[in-house]
Structure formats: structure tokens, C-alpha cells
Design a protein around this ligand. Structure first.
Ligand code: UD2
Length: 306
């Protein structure tokens, strides 16, 4: 089979490409806006440098492909608040381009990386896919609208599409360099360097962390058969930031100073997914516990220092 991974040099995309490359022909499209070619070092994939904004390039690259994993995006809520148009172009026009190119190339299925951000601030927990979305940020709007485009292309043109609402994904290759990077990548980097970590707010906010290998398995399941619709991809368990910090220090075998700073503007207090639909419809269940995943992540962040 030939599979395309957009954003395949990024954190999640590179793990999908790696898993596929064992058995399939894989073409990665990435503009390296946040991805790095080193993320694919050692894997048998074809790398095409380009953006999902480039429809002719997508059409050319998708020829003969069986499926597309669409991970390319500006994956940041704060960036979308600062520049909604850039997020719209990369995330929504980009998704529409991917769907158009897939349709025209006769691709069987697109699996789209959506986000828990679509649920917004509604206090009801756990989040179920049937709840009314309340997207707040332009990022969340772009992901929700992408889901609707995918469903529309299924109905109108028979292009199969499944959308995965990722919760807080973590694992090796997640880039800690931006202040808006995933908290686990930042904590791993600081703890290994023996530097203080900062918890925003009282640290009792919760997140539903899911290890990237489980996210890859969800993608592979979602590509199988004709299953369509939206699916929460998470562990279905919550962890407070305070507990996370402690668990990470234990896993790394070192303690660093924990500083507290003001809660981040727009931070959601609690996040937790109901993953029944993914279990029942995709036959997927997360296999990695938080501690195991953290141990792997810390080891990969700097094997010399552990
Ligand atoms: C996640 C997604 C984001 C979007 C959003 C939807 C990630 C990396 N981001 O944002 O793309 O889908 O959910 O709601 O998955 N924190 C600290 N110290 C730090 C960094 C973060 O305390 O140094 C806190 C932060 O204030 C928040 C929690 O850790 O309460 C998680 O932050 P995050 O940036 O990893 O992810 P989140 O949930 O804001």
C-alpha cells in the first residue's frame, strides 16, 4: 500500500510514518515549519518538502495513494489567537486541499488529526463525541470545521474519512522549545537539565494524557475498513499537573525545584475523555500507562543523562 502522511516530519506524524514504513510505501509531506527531517532519520520514507497550502503539489503526490494521514497543522491555540488567518490557511484551507486532492486521486480514506479543543469550555465531563462542540479559539474552529469538511466529502463524494480528537499527546520527539509545547516535553527537558519547572496555577488542573504509540495505533485502526466519524483519542484517565510533576521526577530519578506561576490565560481546568466510541467502533484501547510512557519519553529525551 502507499500511504501519505502530511506533517510527517512532526511529532505525531513521524511516529505514524515510522510505523507504516515497516510494511508500506510512505510519502511524507512537510514544510518543516515545526517538523524536522531528523525525526525521520533511519526510516524508509520518501520526503517531499512542501505545504498543504499547495494543492497542485498534493494532487501530484497523492497519485496512487491508498490512504492519507493528515497531521499537518499549526498545532497551537495561542498562535491561532495571535494570527487567526494563518491558522485558517494552514489548518482549514490545508484540510480542504487534502480532501480535494484525495478525492481527485481516488484515495480510499483520509484520517484527520482533530483535537479535544473542539469541546471548548463546557464543564461537562467526560467529553463524549455526541456533545455539542463549543470551539473557542480559531484553532478549535479550524479543527471542527475540518471535521465537517471530512464528513461532507464522505457524503458527497464517497471519500471515506475518520477524525481523531486527540487529547494531550506526549512521547519522544515532541519539541520542548516553545513556551506552548506540550507540558510533558517541557518538564522532561527541564528535569533532565536539573532546572526548575513551572506549574501554572495551583497544579490541580487535570489532563487526559495519551502516549504517542497509542495514538499511532488509533490511526492505523481508523484507516482500516470503512469506519467513519469522530473519535476521542485519550486514555480516559485524568492526572493533575502536581501529580504529573512528581511522577516525572521519580521516573527521571532526580528532583528539581517546582515553581508556581499565575494560571495561564484561557487554560481549561479539567479535561477528560470518554473513549467508549473508539473502543467499540475502532476496536482500539490504549495500551500504555502514564508511568511507562513517561519513562520512555524521559529516556528518549536524553539517554545519557538517565
Ligand atoms: C492541549 C493541546 C492543544 C489544544 C488544547 C485544547 C498539547 C500540547 N496541546 O493544550 O493543542 O488541543 O489542549 O484544549 O497537547 N503547564 C504548566 N507548565 C508548563 C507548561 C504547561 O503548568 O511549563 C500546564 C498548562 O497551564 C496546562 C497543562 O500544563 O494546564 C497542559 O498544558 P499543555 O500546553 O501541554 O496542553 P493544553 O492542555 O493547554
Amino acid at each position: 500500500m502507499k500511504y501519505i502522511v502530511t506533517g510527517g516530519a512532526g511529532f505525531i506524524g513521524s511516529h505514524i510514518a515510522e510505523a507504516l514504513a515497516e510494511r508500506h510505501e510512505v510519502v511524507v509531506i512537510d514544510d518543516f515549519s515545526t517538523g524536522h527531517p531528523e525525526n525521520l532519520r533511519g526510516f524508509d520514507v520518501t520526503l517531499v518538502e512542501g505545504s498543504v497550502a499547495d494543492l497542485p503539489l498534493l494532487k501530484e503526490t497523492f497519485a496512487g495513494a491508498d490512504g492519507v494521514f493528515h497531521e499537518a497543522a499549526i498545532a497551537s491555540v495561542p498562535k491561532s489567537v495571535a494570527d487567526p488567518l494563518a491558522t485558517h490557511e494552514a489548518n482549514l484551507t490545508g484540510t480542504l486541499n487534502v480532501l480535494l486532492a484525495a478525492r481527485d486521486a481516488g484515495v480510499r480514506k483520509v484520517v484527520f488529526a482533530s483535537s479535544s479543543a473542539v469541546y471548548g469550555e463546557s464543564p461537562e465531563l467526560p467529553k463524549r463525541e455526541g456533545m455539542l462542540p463549543e470551539p473557542l479559539s480559531p484553532y478549535a474552529v479550524s479543527k471542527l470545521a475540518g471535521e465537517h469538511y471530512a464528513a461532507s466529502f464522505s457524503r458527497l463524494y464517497g471519500l471515506h474519512a475518520a477524525c481523531l480528537r486527540y487529547f494531550n499527546v506526549f512521547g519522544p520527539r515532541q519539541d520542548p522549545s516553545s513556551p506552548y509545547s506540550g507540558v510533558i516535553s517541557i518538564f522532561a527537558d527541564r528535569i533532565l537539565a536539573g532546572e526548575p519547572i513551572t506549574i501554572y496555577g495551583d497544579g490541580e488542573q487535570t489532563r487526559d494524557f495519551v502516549y504517542v504509540a497509542d495514538v499511532v495505533r488509533a490511526n492505523l485502526r481508523a484507516m482500516e475498513g470503512n469506519v467513519e466519524g469522530v473519535f476521542n483519542i485519550a486514555c480516559g484517565r485524568t492526572t493533575t499537573l502536581n501529580a504529573l510533576a512528581e511522577t516525572m521526577m521519580r521516573a527521571a530519578g532526580r528532583t528539581v525545584e517546582v515553581r508556581h506561576a499565575e494560571a495561564r490565560a484561557g487554560d481549561i481546568r479539567h479535561s477528560c475523555a470518554d473513549i467508549t466510541r473508539a473502543r467499540e467502533t475502532l476496536g482500539w484501547t490504549p495500551a500504555w500507562g502514564l508511568e511507562e510512557g513517561l519513562a520512555r519519553t524521559i529516556q528518549a529525551a536524553d539517554p545519557q543523562r538517565v
